[in-house]
Design a protein. Structure first.
Length: 277
């Protein structure tokens, strides 16, 4: 006779596709003959689970190699199976690309779950683009607080970016927020932006200098010769795969790439991550 305690412990290794009760009946004891049958069944299931796991791993390895061969310029962050059989999601350049194991063809689009009314691509992108805001070097940002400062926003911004300037106009109407501004000049688009960012950082009142420039194009009267975090911010932006400005991060790490449409949308985004009192 054998009890199920030993078999239960065997299940605890957590192999895939093996469900308690799917293979082993809920008897307290079984005969030696039945025991042999059940053990064989169990071992077959475990072997199948291992083969499935190995095959999936091999498929991803093959796909990764094919991607490197076919698209060497593609900077890939992750490759995982999609909810659709035989289709894989490739996370590269901040977006999802779908392909099969051969990686001969790629397509970019939205994967929907009509039964549950979910945009699976959008959900995955939100998750993949999230960051741990606790890891941000806040000493490299200009910090300002309005009202009670309860809500938090992290902004990577270019002083000569017109969308960043428009965002700053919107932010004048936002209250009860703490904002961390990471100067992030894109020199290829705005050749003078780094010099401007340096002057703002070297100003006696950084936030006042920031607003003067963003709202009135008034540049601080200093040499811009002081220790600034601008180069470190550019490296940080590369690490976080920030490809444009403004890029915002909410308190929970969700990324907002681009400028919100209006003040109301900024309020909605800030409130969406606040716990109700």
């Amino acid at each position: 006779m054998v009890t199920w305690r030993g078999l239960n412990n065997f299940y605890a290794i957590g192999l895939p596709n093996i469900q308690m009760g799917a293979i082993v009946p809920s008897y307290s004891s079984i005969s030696i003959c039945n025991e042999n049958i059940m053990i064989k069944t169990l071992l077959s299931a475990i072997t199948f689970g291992l083969i499935t796991l190995s095959t999936a791993h091999a498929d991803i390895q093959t796909l990764e190699q094919n991607l490197k061969t076919n698209y060497p310029e593609l900077s890939i962050r992750s490759v995982t199976p999609s909810p659709m059989s035989g289709l894989y999601e490739v996370f590269a350049g901040g977006r999802l690309i779908y392909t099969n194991e051969e990686a001969k063809y790629l397509f970019i689009g939205q994967l929907f779950d009509p039964k549950n009314q979910k945009n699976l691509t959008e959900e995955r992108l939100i998750a993949l683009n999230k960051i741990d805001v606790k890891q941000l070097p806040l000493e490299q940002a200009i910090r300002y607080v309005k009202g009670n400062g309860k809500r938090t926003l992290y902004v990577f911004t270019d002083p000569d970016c017109p969308y960043c300037q428009k965002l700053e106009q919107y932010m004048t109407a936002i209250d009860n927020v703490t904002v961390y501004l990471f100067p992030f000049p894109l020199k290829t688009l705005h050749p003078q932006a780094e010099e401007v960012a340096n002057k703002i950082w070297c100003a006696k009142n950084q936030y006042e200098a920031w607003e003067d420039y963003m709202l009135h194009r008034k540049l601080p009267k200093n040499s811009g010769q002081c220790a600034t975090p601008i180069q470190n911010n550019l490296l940080l932006g590369q690490k976080l795969q920030i490809n444009g400005t403004p890029t915002l991060f909410l308190k929970n790490g969700i990324r907002i790439a681009g400028m919100p449409q209006n003040v109301e949308q900024i309020e909605q985004l800030l409130n969406s991550v606040e716990q109700p009192e």
